[in-house]
Design a protein around this ligand. Structure first.
Ligand code: GLU
Length: 483
């Protein structure tokens, strides 16, 4: 059996999108599992601007996720070049073959001609489709068009009355009638091949054995198969991935702000790449058991196209956040601190250059919230109470602080804080214990009162650590102000 070769072939129009990332990830997992090869090439013929940054961003995004590849623009490979604009010469002999054998022909129709034809078909209640009017041009007609200076496009001659069928690895048996497909353009008047044509030649020349791509390309597949057959080339296998829907089960739109769609944004917000990879792997693929948390190695071992669903995957932002939190909880605090710190700095909470003491402090702050953080940037809203002048108390907090025991507990605590020899996490434990002994209040009346007074919140992370990180001065000042 020949070696598995899969490819990801983005048009580098912008940042790496979650849909593209999923295609690339499935390619990668399968290639690594089966000892195959994973190729990345760029379909850059349509795009004139932002090309280089688009290519860079696609590759950087994948690298960040933890995906690597065997051949592409950056590392080369035996079947390059890996961008279409550098492959144009390679397509020429195939164009000539199709023309010579009558499987393609020159079409001199102008935009206006085609528009007229479409309008007439629509008026007659027919599905608009190229009529094939240039199929049988005489040599004289061709010469006349050429004399006018018209530049032809080249169209593929779609055979009539055939059924094109193939077995898709995900969708199983798929069939299309050729009568529903008009002769389509394979080379534009400027000599640039269209997607459908270039893609089959690239896949053939790069020895791709399995094409994994989004379902939006399913209707292109019969066109591609017809061309493989006309050229006498072997047809690769196909696997079309179902759509990814948003939480409302609607087709994801790039403008939808309820979900984060670009890998770059996850990176900026301080998501962990291994969590994002884990999450994306589950967009359409379901593992055998109940477990949902997988390392890259586990994904490679378990991934299988047989368990990729035909029905759309739903992008659940809450699940992603849950999953990322699972990874953050287990991660090293230094790593999370490095991700969180820039956000605190951007918010103006901390200076650009930190003293050793500030470094230690911010590490402890991140440690305090590590259990709770869904992504690193969330440290900013979560830790707000450490950076504001005044604590704000909502109704519930005010009610609690209005109760009889509150001033007694807080006054005693202030005395302890001011009189203490040491203000450390351990010492604070002792100080609060002394408040208990002195006032007789304990449990909620003791701990929650102190927390609410200093933070405005009924609940939160470790109290002693919170107080310690606030620092003695702030604690004393807040207590005084309140009393
Ligand atoms: N450039 C196409 C896309 O980004 C590639 C389709 C294919 O994989 O054949 O959708």
């Amino acid at each position: 059996m020949s070696k598995l070769r899969v490819r990801y072939a983005p048009s580098p129009t912008g940042h790496l999108h979650i849909g593209g990332a999923r295609t690339a990830l499935f390619d990668y997992l399968l290639a690594r599992k089966e000892g195959g090869e994973f190729i990345i090439r760029f379909e850059d013929t349509d795009q004139t601007r932002h090309l280089e940054s688009g290519i860079g961003s696609q590759l950087d995004g994948l690298k960040w996720l933890g995906v690597d590849w065997d051949e592409s623009v950056d590392i080369g490979g035996p079947y390059g070049p890996y961008r279409q604009t550098e492959r144009l010469d390679l397509y020429q002999p195939f164009v000539e073959q199709l023309l010579r054998e009558g499987s393609a022909y020159r079409c001199y129709c102008t935009e206006a001609d085609l528009e007229q034809e479409r309008a007439a078909q629509e008026a007659a209640g027919q599905m608009p489709m190229y009529s094939g009017r240039c199929r049988h041009l005489t040599a004289e007609q061709i010469a006349a068009f050429e004399a006018e200076g018209r530049k032809p496009s080249i169209r593929f001659r779609v055979p009539a009355d055939q059924t094109i069928s193939f077995v898709d690895r995900i969708r199983e048996q798929v069939e299309f009638e050729t009568n529903g497909i008009g002769d389509f353009i394979i080379v534009r008047p400027d000599g640039i091949p269209t997607y459908n044509f270039a893609v089959i030649l690239d896949d053939h020349l790069m020895k791709i054995s399995l094409v994994i791509r989004g379902e939006e390309h399913l209707t292109n597949t019969p066109r591609q198969i017809m061309m493989y057959e006309a050229l006498g080339l072997p047809v690769p296998e196909f696997a079309h991935l179902a759509l990814i829907l948003n939480q409302d089960r609607k087709k994801m739109s790039k403008r939808d702000e309820s979900i984060i769609q670009f890998i770059e944004q996850y990176r900026e917000l301080g998501y962990l790449p291994e969590a994002v990879m884990n999450f994306i792997a589950l967009l359409g693929w379901s593992p055998k058991g109940e477990e949902e948390i997988f390392t890259k190695e586990e994904l490679i071992a378990q991934f299988d196209l047989d368990r990729v669903s035909k029905s759309p995957a739903v992008f659940d932002m809450d699940k992603l956040n849950w999953m990322n939190n699972q990874y953050i909880k287990k991660a090293d605090t230094d790593r999370i601190t490095a991700l969180a710190l820039p956000h605190l700095q951007q918010a103006g909470r901390l200076p650009e250059e930190l003293t050793a003491e500030q470094q230690q402090w911010v590490r402890s702050l991140v440690g305090l919230y590590q259990e709770q953080l869904r992504y690193a940037a969330e440290i900013v809203p979560l830790s707000e109470l450490f950076f504001r002048e005044d604590v704000s108390y909502d109704e519930e907090a005010q009610t609690m602080l209005g109760e009889e025991h509150a001033p007694v507990v807080l006054r005693s605590f202030l005395e302890q804080v001011e009189g203490a020899a040491e203000f450390s996490v351990d010492a604070l434990k002792g100080l609060i214990k002394s408040v208990q002994t002195a006032t007789g209040y304990k449990g909620k009346q003791l701990f929650m009162t102190i927390r609410v007074a200093l933070t405005g919140q009924m609940h939160g992370p470790d109290l002693n650590m919170t107080l310690f990180l606030l620092g003695r001065e702030t604690v004393a000042a807040r207590l005084k102000k309140l009393l």
